[in-house]
Design a protein around this ligand. Sequence first.
Ligand code: ADP
Ligand code: 5GP
Length: 197
Amino acid sequence: MRTTLMKKGLLIILSGPSGVGKGTVRLKLMTRPELNLFYSVSMTTRKIRPGEKEGREYYYVSRQEFLKQVEEGNLLEWNEFVGNFYGTPLDKVNQKREEGYNVLLEIDVNGAMKVMEKCPDAVSIFLKAPSFEALEKRIRGRSTETEEVIRERLGKAKSEYGLAYKYKYSVVNDSVERAADEIASIIKKESKQANLI
Ligand code: ADP
Ligand code: 5GP
């Protein structure tokens, strides 16, 4: 429970095309306790990848279960991305912000647009690759998708780049350490400003 002295935490959106490095940069940010972050684990109908764990990367559910959650209004936002559903559980976001945590969403561009509309105070960050070639290399290097899905994801990335201007911040993921440092500075600056209000 939040005490009267504790401020509500920020809502931070980390977004950008698939393969740009959102997950990698997020893991780096989560190693910094001073940022007071809580990572919002999404729900998805995508199949679990080798090395992933239920409740850590995602909550893996059937399409039927996902649509039930949508119907019951339990998701802050949701989207269909290259054949699978992904969504942000609403309760946890509210609860953790009330507890004073800065809640971090790692979501696709379409979902980010929806959150920005619903929560205009969200701190939105678009993560970019240094070049389109670098993005392609990263998504292929990850070796988690079929050729068809890789092509679909890369095709989507082009239109997603066109929406970068809608975000409050753009950060180039040239090196994971540097990008995480830049995002950490943004979070510290935004926390300070929020506490002045
Ligand atoms: P996303 O979560 O945006 O889909 P990932 O975090 O899974 O992307 O990263 C995609 C691939 O790119 C991974 O293999 C990851 O190790 C690699 N990667 C991430 N950031 C960098 C970087 N700054 N330089 C080189 N490779 C990176
Ligand atoms: P992946 O299948 O690579 O884990 O994720 C595919 C895309 O879905 C990524 O861009 C990822 O950020 C996004 N994503 C993950 N969780 C959510 C969510 O809850 N909502 C939305 N809209 N996108 C999400």
